[in-house]
Design a protein. Structure first.
Length: 148
C-alpha cells in the first residue's frame, strides 16, 4: 500500500507539472523521449517504481530538479556531484566523446591555474580549506608606522 501511495503522489506531481505547462501526455512524450503510454501509467500510479532513466528524461523535459523527482519517488539522491566528464555525458548526450574530453581538459587547465584539483573529487573537497590556509600564511604582514 505504501508503494502505491508513493506512486500516486509522484504521478500527481508529474501530472500537475505537465498540465501547468499546458502540455498533453503526447507533448511531454515528444519532448522527453518517454512513450506517452508510459507517462500516463506513471501519472496514474500504475508504475510503482518508474525506471530512473525515465524519471530523468521527464525531469529534464519538465525542467524539474532531478533530486526533487527522485526524492518524490523515494529513490536515493547522491550526496555529491559527478566529475565533469560523466556529468557532461549525462547532461549533453549529443556531445561527441572528443568534445567532452576537450571541455574537461580546458576546465582542468583553468582550475589548475587557480590551485584547484578537479580530477580527484576527494581532493577537490579539501581544496577550499587548503587555499584559505595558504592565503592566510602567505598574506603580507602590515607593520604599523614606527614598529620594527
Amino acid at each position: 500500500m505504501v508503494e502505491s501511495k508513493r506512486a500516486g503522489q509522484l504521478g500527481k506531481y508529474l501530472r500537475s507539472e505537465r498540465e501547468a505547462r499546458g502540455w498533453s501526455a503526447r507533448d511531454l512524450a515528444e519532448r522527453s523521449g518517454v512513450p506517452d503510454s508510459t507517462i500516463v501509467r506513471i501519472e496514474s500510479g500504475f508504475i510503482a517504481t518508474p525506471r530512473p532513466d525515465k524519471l530523468s528524461k521527464l525531469a529534464r523535459a519538465l525542467e524539474l530538479s532531478l533530486a526533487e523527482v527522485y526524492g518524490r519517488a523515494q529513490y536515493s539522491v547522491p550526496e555529491g556531484l559527478p566529475t565533469l566528464g560523466p556529468y557532461l555525458q549525462a547532461k549533453y548526450p549529443q556531445l561527441p566523446a572528443a568534445a567532452v574530453d576537450q571541455i574537461q581538459a580546458y576546465v582542468e587547465r583553468v582550475a589548475k591555474r587557480h590551485g584547484v584539483n578537479v580530477t580527484d573529487p576527494a581532493l577537490s573537497a579539501q581544496e577550499p580549506a587548503k587555499l584559505a590556509a595558504a592565503k592566510t600564511r602567505s598574506a603580507p604582514r602590515v607593520m604599523k608606522k614606527g614598529a620594527r
